[in-house]
Write a protein that binds this ligand. Structure first.
Ligand code: ZN
Length: 314
């Protein structure tokens, strides 16, 4: 048993840029690369295993054929998706359904609760997070009248901030933001507003107002993020969230840190620095932009070096 290193999948987006290449050295397909699907078993872009006996297999296939690596899960599909997003321009204002709604209306897809760790952003950056309508009627009226400035709530962001974004929350990343996103494995987005932007053909992007209004939580429910920080020896662990969908942590390793097998698989993404993972006498190099899974039953391992790793589990 060994760590499973993964090859990311890249997605061209009109709002994307080149930060994924500049920051992480990825070989991006275009100058408008918006998303790195780093740890994915979603059919729209599954990661491929790079090393060991499963090299060349996709993560969705591994989930089905080797359930022992994931502790014989009861879920039919790999529940999580880790992405890095380069918002070089404003994303459209959007909302995602919950599990119950997506199951019925989106062919059995999962709902989409997500969370964001702000890796970097420009000075004074903000994002859209929530709305000001008190009732569904008010929401519909403000949408129909295009009162976007009154309706949408903006919050200031800075590097290192963390936001938990439950399904039903109206949100949008804004220009100049680089984010690590941990989310349920879903690709369902309802677009509420796209700033009336037009594409090269002069067309407005499609909106999904009816569904968006149906799934939006009214009034907005703010979820405060209260990270806790613990240092043990050479590692500082920040716990951002423990929700019914996922838990997300940041490990800052400075030196040598030993981790014991807790009987669950871990999704890991190196965001800063470099180091190595040592397991069973083997040494694996960790650099900024490396993504891997620690399977169930791998046993204890060690991380050496100076690096920051985002860690999550279902
Ligand atoms: Zn979203």
């Amino acid at each position: 048993m060994q760590p499973l290193f993964l090859q990311p999948v890249f997605k061209e987006r009109i709002w994307g840029g080149t930060a994924l290449k500049q920051e992480f050295g990825y070989n991006i397909p275009t100058e408008h690369t918006g998303e790195c699907w780093a740890i994915s078993a979603h059919p729209n872009g599954p990661s491929v295993i790079e090393n060991g006996p499963y090299a060349g297999q996709t993560l969705d296939k591994l989930w089905k054929e080797h359930p022992e690596l994931f502790g014989h899960p009861t879920e039919e599909v790999f529940p999580l998706l880790t992405k890095i997003l380069d918002a070089n321009a404003d994303l459209s204002v959007q909302v995602h359904p919950d599990d119950a709604y997506a199951k019925v209306n989106e062919n059995g897809e999962l709902g989409k609760t997500e969370c964001w760790y702000i890796i970097d952003c420009k000075e004074g950056a903000d994002m859209i997070f929530g709305h000001n309508a008190q009732t569904k009627e008010e929401l519909i009226q403000m949408v129909n009248e295009g009162k976007w400035n009154d309706l949408l709530r903006r919050v200031k962001i800075k590097p290192g901030d963390f936001f938990y974004v439950p399904s039903g929350t109206i949100h949008a990343l804004c220009e100049g933001t680089l984010v690590l996103e941990t989310q349920q494995s879903s690709d369902t987005t309802y677009r509420v507003y796209d700033y009336d932007r037009r594409d090269d053909q002069g067309n407005l992007r499609e909106l999904h107002l009816e569904k968006a209004i149906e799934v939006t939580t009214v009034p907005h429910q703010a979820v405060a993020s209260n990270p806790t920080v613990e240092t043990a020896g050479d590692v500082t662990i920040t716990t951002f969230v423990n929700s019914e969908f996922f838990s997300v942590y940041k490990w800052d390793v400075n030196g040598t840190a030993r981790f014991s097998d807790e009987g669950r698989y871990l999704l890991m993404s190196v965001l800063k620095g470099e180091g190595s993972l040592v397991h069973n006498g083997e040494t694996y190099s960790l650099v900024k932009g490396t993504h891997f899974i620690v399977p169930v039953g791998m046993g204890d391992f060690e991380v050496n070096g100076n690096c920051q790793i985002m860690v999550s589990h279902a």
